[in-house]
Design a protein around this ligand. Structure first.
Ligand SMILES: O=C1C[C@@](O)(C(=O)O)C[C@@H](O)[C@@H]1O
Length: 655
C-alpha cells in the first residue's frame, strides 16, 4: 500500500467563487461557503447589479468571514478575433487576463471549431463598462484590505508597481490570464508564466478551456515550473481532472461550488472535502480514474475515494473524460497514473492499449480495469464486470449464498439468458453466463456485433428490433447491457413492457437510477429484478483489490477474493421483523469476509443516498459472515460498530 496521506495537509486552499447579484447575498454566501468548508471566497464584483464600489466593497470586506479574492472581470468573447471586433467593444478592455497580449504574442489557435467555445459563466467576466472605473474599484479593494485582488496580465505591471509602492497592507496580487481556448504548448506556457511572474505577482493564475484531457499534462507542467504560487486549471468536463489534481502538482487553489448553487464544470465544495479530500493529496498521491465518455454519471469517485482512504492508501480516483485513448495513454505514462476503471464506450477498444491482458478479460474481449504494474510500468488489463454481474444475478436467484469461490451448481445452468447489447458490458455478462452453463441469445442494433459475441458464447444472435416480439422460455433471464434508461434519459426502456412478465429475472447494468424504468416495469410484471448497483459495487470491489495491490498480478482470477465476500445492498430481503418498519427503512446486507467489506460499508450510506438522490431516515444493517478465515480484527469490528452507532444505524450481527 502507498504511504498514508491521512496526516498530510497540503498548502492548497479550497475556494468558492461567488457570483451573486446583490452584496447582501454575497455576505450571506460568504458565511455559507465557510460553513461548507471553503478556505477562501472569490467575490465576483462584475456579477453585482448596480455595483457601488465604495459602499459595496466596504460591506464585503467588513463582513468577510474568510480571506477574500476580489475579481472584477470584463466580458470574454469566444476567442474568435472577428467576434471580438464585431462586438464593437474597446479591444484592450475586452478580455481579462491579458488575452489580447497572449493571443498576439503566442499565436493561439482560433477556437471556432472547438467542442465548447463558450467559457462557463463563472470564469467569464460580465463587466462591460468603463475600464478606468473598473481598475479604480480594484485599487480600492486592495486599499480597503482585500486579502487578494485579481488583475489581468494586461494591466498587472502598472498596477502592481503602484500598489506595492503604497505599502498599504498585506493584500496580495493575483495576476491572471484566461486563455479563451485550448491549453497552449509547454513552450508558450513557459513564456506566458515568465511574463506573468515578471509583473511582480504574488500568485499567478492561468485558466484554459480544454479540448482534450491530455492538455492537463501541460497544466501540471506549468504548475511545476512556477517560481511563485500558481493556480492553473482547465474548465469543463475535460478539465475537471486538473482541478482535482492541482494539489498534487503544487497548485495554490482548488475551486468548488456551493451546495444548491452548482456551477457547470466545477466540483462541489462538499465533494472536494468529503469525497476527494483534496487537503490530503500530496505529490506522492497515486492517481486512479474512470476513463469514459461520458463520465459525470459515475458513482466511482464516491465509492473509491473513501475506500482508498479507509484503507490508508495514498490515492485519488477522478473522472477522466477521454476522447482519444491512444493520446491519453501516451501522455499519461508516468507511474503517478497508477490505474483506471474503463467505462462506456471504451471497454473493448482499450484492450489494444494494454501490454498484458488477464485471460478472463482476453476471453471476454473487454477490459474494465487497468493497473500500471509498479515494476515495469506496463499496463495490465482485467475484467471485473463479468463476475460482478453474474454473481449479482446468481445471488438473487437462490437463497443460499456463495461459500467458497466458484459454484458448481449455478442457478443459471441450462437457463435461457437474453443479453441486450453486445458491447463491453454485454460481452462480460454473456461470457459469465456461458461459463455457468446458460444458453445465450444476444440482441444488438448491430447484427454483426451480436453474431460475433454469439459465436464466442455458442449462442444465437438477433437484431435488437426483434426483441419487442421475442417470447422467452419459462425461467428466462433478461440482462440489459446497453446505456438505455441511464440518467438523464430515464424514461427509455430497452425491451417491450408487455414482454417483461415472461422473464423470471430482469437485470439492468445501468445503475443511475438504481431502479430504472426497465426494473420498475419488470417488477410490476412479477419478475425478480436485480439493479445495476449490485454489479457496480461488485465490479468496484474487484477493481479496488487490483488498484491497491491486494491481489497484484497473479494467476488467480482478479475476482477471486471478491467472490469470497460478496456484498449486497438491497432492500429488506433478509429482514424478519415488522413489515411497516421494513418499508420505512433501508437495509444494507453485508457479508463481512474481510476488511474490504467493512470499508465499503462505511461508505455505503453516502453512496446509497447519492444513487437514490435522497437521504433515508434509517438504515438497517445486517452484517453476516459465512467464512471466518479472514475475520476482521476485534478492533476493526469495534470500529465498525462505533461508526454504525455514530450514524444511529440499527444493526444486527449474524453468522
Ligand atoms: O461498468 C462499469 C461502471 C463504470 O463505468 C462507472 O460508471 O463507474 C466503471 C467501470 O469500471 C465499470 O465496469
Amino acid at each position: 500500500m502507498g504511504s498514508a496521506a491521512g496526516a498530510f495537509k497540503n498548502s492548497a486552499m479550497v475556494c468558492a467563487p461567488l457570483m451573486d447579484q446583490s452584496v447582501e447575498q454575497m455576505v450571506i454566501d460568504m458565511q455559507s461557503a465557510k460553513a461548507q468548508g471553503a478556505d477562501v471566497v472569490e467575490v465576483r464584483l462584475d456579477c453585482i447589479d448596480k455595483f457601488q464600489p465604495g459602499q459595496d466593497l466596504e460591506t464585503i470586506i467588513r463582513n468577510k468571514p474568510l480571506p477574500v479574492i476580489i475579481v472584477y472581470s470584463t466580458v470574454v468573447y469566444n476567442g474568435d478575433p472577428n467576434a471580438r471586433l464585431a462586438s464593437g467593444a474597446d479591444t484592450p478592455v475586452l478580455v481579462p487576463g491579458g488575452l489580447v497580449t497572449a493571443l498576439d504574442s503566442f499565436t493561439f489557435e482560433p477556437t471556432h471549431d472547438r467542442h465548447n467555445c463558450t467559457r462557463p459563466k463563472w470564469e467569464g467576466g460580465q463587466y462591460e463598462g468603463d475600464e478606468h472605473q473598473r481598475l479604480e474599484a480594484l485599487r480600492l479593494a486592495h486599499d480597503l484590505g482585500a486579502d487578494y485582488v485579481d488583475f489581468e496580465l494586461k494591466v498587472a505591471s502598472e498596477l502592481i508597481g503602484e500598489l506595492k509602492n503604497k505599502h498599504r497592507n498585506g493584500g496580495k496580487v493575483i495576476v491572471s490570464s484566461y486563455l479563451n481556448g485550448a491549453t497552449p504548448s509547454k513552450e508558450k506556457l513557459r513564456h506566458l508564466v515568465a511574463s506573468m511572474q515578471a509583473t511582480g505577482a504574488d500568485i499567478i493564475k492561468v485558466v484554459s478551456n480544454a479540448d482534450d484531457i491530455t492538455e492537463m499534462e501541460r497544466i501540471f507542467y506549468l504548475l511545476s515550473q512556477c517560481e511563485v504560487p500558481a493556480v492553473a486549471y482547465s474548465v469543463g468536463e475535460r478539465g475537471l481532472m486538473s482541478q482535482l489534481l492541482c494539489p498534487k502538482f503544487g497548485g495554490a487553489l482548488v475551486y468548488g461550488s456551493m451546495e444548491g448553487n452548482s456551477i457547470p464544470g466545477l466540483p462541489t465544495l462538499d465533494s472536494l472535502k468529503e469525497v476527494y479530500k483534496v487537503d490530503c493529496i500530496n505529490s506522492d498521491t497515486k492517481v486512479f480514474g474512470l476513463v469514459s465518455k461520458p463520465v459525470s454519471h459515475s458513482k466511482g469517485p464516491m465509492l473509491h475515494n473513501p475506500t482508498l482512504r479507509h484503507a490508508n492508501f495514498n490515492g485519488i480516483y477522478v473522472p477522466m473524460f477521454v476522447d482519444d485513448l491512444k493520446k491519453f495513454f501516451d501522455v499519461y505514462a508516468s507511474p503517478d497514473f497508477a490505474g483506471y476503471s474503463v467505462g462506456f464506450p471504451y471497454k473493448e477498444a482499450v484492450v489494444q492499449f494494454c501490454d498484458e491482458v488477464h485471460p478472463l478479460a482476453k476471453s471476454i474481449g473487454a477490459v474494465n480495469t487497468i493497473i500500471r504494474r509498479p515494476g515495469d510500468g506496463k499496463l495490465i488489463g482485467y475484467n471485473t464486470d463479468c463476475e460482478g454481474s453474474i454473481t449479482a444475478i446468481e445471488d438473487a436467484l437462490r437463497d443460499q449464498k456463495y461459500v467458497n469461490g466458484r459454484s458448481l451448481n449455478s442457478p443459471l445452468a441450462g437457463k435461457q439468458f437474453v443479453v441486450v447489447g453486445a458491447g463491453g458490458a454485454g460481452r462480460a455478462i454473456a461470457v459469465g453466463a456461458r461459463s455457468r452453463g446458460a444458453r445465450l441469445i444476444i440482441f444488438d442494433i448491430d447484427l454483426e456485433r451480436a453474431k460475433c459475441l454469439a459465436r464466442a458464447v455458442s449462442g444465437e444472435a438477433r437484431h435488437f428490433e426483434s426483441l419487442a416480439h421475442f417470447q422467452p422460455e419459462n425461467g428466462a433471464i433478461l440482462a440489459n447491457a446497453t446505456p438505455i434508461g441511464m440518467h438523464p434519459s430515464t424514461e427509455r426502456i430497452p425491451a417491450a413492457e408487455e414482454t417483461l412478465g415472461n422473464y423470471h429475472l430482469v437485470f439492468d447494468a445501468v445503475y443511475t437510477p438504481r431502479k430504472t424504468r426497465l426494473l420498475k416495469d419488470a417488477d410490476a410484471a412479477g419478475a425478480i429484478t436485480v439493479s445495476g448497483v449490485e454489479m457496480f459495487l461488485r465490479q468496484a470491489i474487484g477493481q479496488f483489490n487490483l488498484f491497491t495491490g491486494t491481489e497484484g498480478i497473479s494467476s488467480i482470477s482478479p475476482c477471486y477474493h471478491f467472490r469470497n465476500h460478496p456484498l449486497s445492498i438491497r432492500e429488506g430481503d433478509q429482514y424478519e421483523g415488522d413489515e411497516t418498519k421494513r418499508q420505512e427503512s433501508n437495509y444494507i446486507d453485508v457479508e463481512l469476509e474481510n476488511l474490504l467489506a467493512l470499508i465499503v460499508l462505511q461508505v455505503a450510506q453516502k453512496f446509497n443516498d447519492s444513487i437514490d438522490g435522497k437521504k433515508p431516515d434509517k438504515f438497517k444493517v445486517i452484517v453476516s459472515s459465512h467464512n471466518f478465515h479472514n475475520t476482521p480484527s476485534v478492533e476493526a469490528i469495534a470500529d465498525l460498530f462505533t461508526r454504525i452507532q455514530d450514524r444511529q444505524l440499527p444493526c444486527s450481527w449474524s453468522t
